[in-house]
Ligand binder design. Structure first.
Ligand SMILES: *Cc1c(COP(=O)(O)O)cnc(C)c1O
Length: 396
């Protein structure tokens, strides 16, 4: 999908300071070698299967299907992976790649702490040093994940610049990488940033759609009519879409966090409300204020409130191959409760955004149509916040 410069249509590229060029060139060379190396791929597959619990289940949600009364619904259970989300797929790939490159130290950014915990986990497993940058604001909101990362042997550095949230943590991690390239790999958490990250992360997450395709053929002997996934930076979504991009009859639907609504300023729906820009090393769509500055974003879901979207999604939107729909906090919280009651599966509030859109479209679809929803993670981490949203205060 990419041309030489790591472009997806007009998006992507490498908008980085001169000092980072050597690092991304070294990374691209190593990746181009190892992605075709049978030994590397065998080791990664073993890690994914034995350690992360792949392949994840493609589960027929009978009760959900019957309750909604339309399309047949399958859930891709990334919530059953070790550490409880899809992030481990990417992190194991990058940690193994870094190790092969002779790096001994991983750095990462994290928002809610999910990617930080996954990176700290891989670092512990592979005996690597790990430093995680996290907005100070987020370290206070997500104290449990800070504890987890430290328990796993990582250092957590609170970032106080800007709004002291995810975008500032990304900027800080990039700065740190610039200063220390020789022994350090920047383990980026989504399909964003400068080339080659959007491609590397997509390839490591593409295991999701590779499995969905084999599993649905096994169960239904046909492809699904639609695949739905939530979109923050877009890694679980591109992973879910990738092997279906050339299957033009499969609708690809990315569900963005609309927060309090796309007509308010409290939103994180980048494709729906953003404009073309350049930030964090890439050209893509970003939420911006009237002066073109990155706008503060809001969603109930900490994993979705990033002001940009991966360049491949921006391109799939431009060419009309994928649809990007907004889902509000209210709709996501309703879906969080609905899936819990209907199937006994508590989804991450991020994943609940995809469930919410399925609740809207499935009843209008035919009973012989099939939709797949990627449940990107489990929702234990969100219970206290959802209780609070409903006006109940529980102690964590
Ligand atoms: C981080 C996260 C997301 C958002 O990230 P993407 O790169 O858009 O996939 C979604 N769901 C869960 C459970 C997450 O932890």
């Amino acid at each position: 999908m990419t041309n030489q410069a790591g472009r997806f249509g007009i998006h992507g590229g490498q908008y980085i300071p001169e000092t980072l060029m050597n690092a991304v060139i070294e990374l691209e060379k190593a990746y181009n070698f190892y992605k075709n190396d049978p030994q590397f791929n065998a080791e990664l597959t073993e890690l994914l299967n034995e350690y992360a619990n792949r392949p994840s289940r493609l589960y027929y949600a009978r009760k959900l299907t019957e309750t909604l009364g339309g399309a047949k619904i399958y859930l891709k259970r990334e919530d059953l992976n070790h550490t409880g989300a899809h992030k481990i797929n990417n992190v194991l790939g990058q940690a193994l790649l870094a190790k092969k490159m002779g790096k001994t130290r991983l750095i990462a950014e994290t928002g809610a702490g999910q990617h930080g915990v996954a990176t700290a986990t891989a670092a512990a497993l592979m005996g690597m040093e790990c430093v995680v940058f996290m907005g100070k604001e987020d370290t206070e909101r997500q104290a449990l994940n800070v504890y987890r990362m430290r328990l796993l042997g990582s250092e957590v550095i609170p970032v106080t610049s800007g709004t002291a949230t995810l975008k500032d943590a990304v900027s800080e991690a990039m700065r740190e990488w610039t200063n220390r390239i020789s022994d350090t790999h920047y383990c980026l958490g989504s399909v964003m940033g400068p080339h080659p990250f959007p491609t590397i992360v997509r390839d490591f997450q593409a295991v999701i759609s590779k499995e969905i395709k084999a599993q649905i053929m096994e169960k239904e002997s046909r492809l699904p009519d639609a695949v739905l996934a939530c979109v923050g930076g877009g890694s679980n979504a591109i992973g879910s879409f990738y092997h279906f991009i050339n299957d033009k009859d499969v609708r690809l639907i990315g569900c963005e966090a609309a927060g309090r609504g796309i007509d308010t300023f409290e939103t994180a729906a980048t494709v729906n409300t953003g404009r073309l820009g350049i930030f964090h090393g890439m050209k893509s769509y970003f939420c911006q204020d009237e002066y073109g500055q990155i706008a503060p974003v809001y969603s109930i879901s900490a994993g979705l409130d990033y002001p940009g979207v991966g360049p491949e999604h921006a391109w799939l939107h431009d060419i009309g191959r994928a649809e990007y729909v907004p889902v509000t906090d209210d709709e996501a919280v309703d879906a969080f409760e609905f899936l819990s009651r209907t199937e006994g599966i508590i989804p991450a509030i991020e994943s609940a955004h995809a469930v919410a859109h399925a609740i809207k479209i499935a009843p209008k679809m035919d009973k012989n149509q099939i939709i797949v929803i990627t449940v990107s993670g489990r929702g234990d981490k969100d219970c206290a916040a959802i209780a609070r949203y409903r006006g109940e205060d529980i102690h964590e």
